[in-house]
Design a protein. Structure first.
Length: 298
């Protein structure tokens, strides 16, 4: 009897080896062959024509890539012969694609200089507006006076409302060291009104009276005024003819929508109100004055 027990294991081993060999031959060939070529080139910025560092250069269809150096050059070696598409990508720049790159065995393929442009993302117009919440308040004016290098005084919109001032002339009476001559000409520190310069939002105002240099401040209603600043010492930023003082009227900004406002005011004097005899000289009083008007017809 012939022993055949060792034949089956031998056949099994041979079949396993043949299977492994078949599987190994079925795997895709690596992207490196003995007779390989290469690709090289330079990447620059299209706007400044300067070299770009760190650009990822990739061969599509072959797992080979490289990054550009500080001088913008790159090179990829061990590239199988064939025709490829090369991509160039870098964060912040638009992606570039070069097709039809032919690689021949044993030679380097030089690409033309590749230019990358900065990626621009167009966004919708965004308008940001700000509003000074302290504008026209005493707190805002105190901060301005604290930082001012000259001696300055000011009144705010809040104070104008509390004082029931109707125009800038009546408002200036509230400022220390400032008075109003003839009900319309501002004077500072008791000097003549021709020594006082008046500006509107920092711009010099011309006088409406051709015989005087003083500006008639009673033409500015307080409803349009945000604050009034009075400067009592000279500084280089003021007008050259400033000698006695400066009055700067700051107006409110243009409203973004239609607004309607109304105000009413009243005055009361504990001595004169409802007192017909408030005049001190003989024969005075409202009753005597009314009788005199009836008799004279005035």
């Amino acid at each position: 009897m012939v022993q055949r027990s060792g034949v089956i294991p031998t056949l099994a081993i041979r079949a396993l080896a043949a299977t492994l060999l078949l599987l190994a031959s079925a795997r895709p060939a690596p992207c490196q062959v003995a007779a390989a070529g290469g690709v090289r080139g330079t990447v620059v910025d299209v706007d400044f024509q300067g070299p770009l560092l760190g650009v990822r250069v990739t061969l599509v269809g072959c797992a080979l890539s490289a990054e550009s150096r500080a001088d913008g050059t790159f090179s990829i070696a061990n590239v199988p012969p064939g025709e490829y598409t090369v991509t160039f990508s870098k964060e912040g720049f638009q992606r570039s694609v070069v097709s039809g790159v032919v690689v021949t065995p044993g030679r380097l393929t030089d690409l033309d200089t590749v230019e990358l442009s900065i990626e621009v993302v167009e966004m919708e117009e965004l308008v940001v507006t700000g509003e000074d919440l302290l504008a026209g308040t005493e707190t805002a004016l105190l901060e301005v006076r604290e930082l001012a290098v000259q001696f300055q005084d000011a009144i705010s919109q809040d104070l104008l409302k509390k004082a029931a001032a109707s125009d800038a002339a009546s408002a200036l009476k509230l400022v220390t060291g400032t008075s109003v001559a003839e009900g319309k000409y501002a004077t500072v520190r008791g000097l003549s009104d021709r020594y006082t310069g008046t500006t509107l939002n920092g711009v010099r105002l011309p006088a409406s009276d051709d015989r005087r240099r003083a500006v008639q401040v009673d033409v500015f209603p307080t409803g349009t005024i945000e604050s009034i600043s009075v400067t009592k010492t000279f500084t280089p930023d003021l007008q050259g003819d400033f000698t006695g003082g400066g009055v700067d009227i700051r107006t409110k900004s243009i409203p973004d929508s239609l607004r309607l406002s109304a105000s009413i005011g009243t005055e009361w004097d504990r001595i004169a109100t409802d007192n017909e005899n408030f005049l001190t000289y003989r024969g005075s009083g409202v009753t005597a004055l009314a009788s005199f008007c009836r008799k004279t017809g005035k």
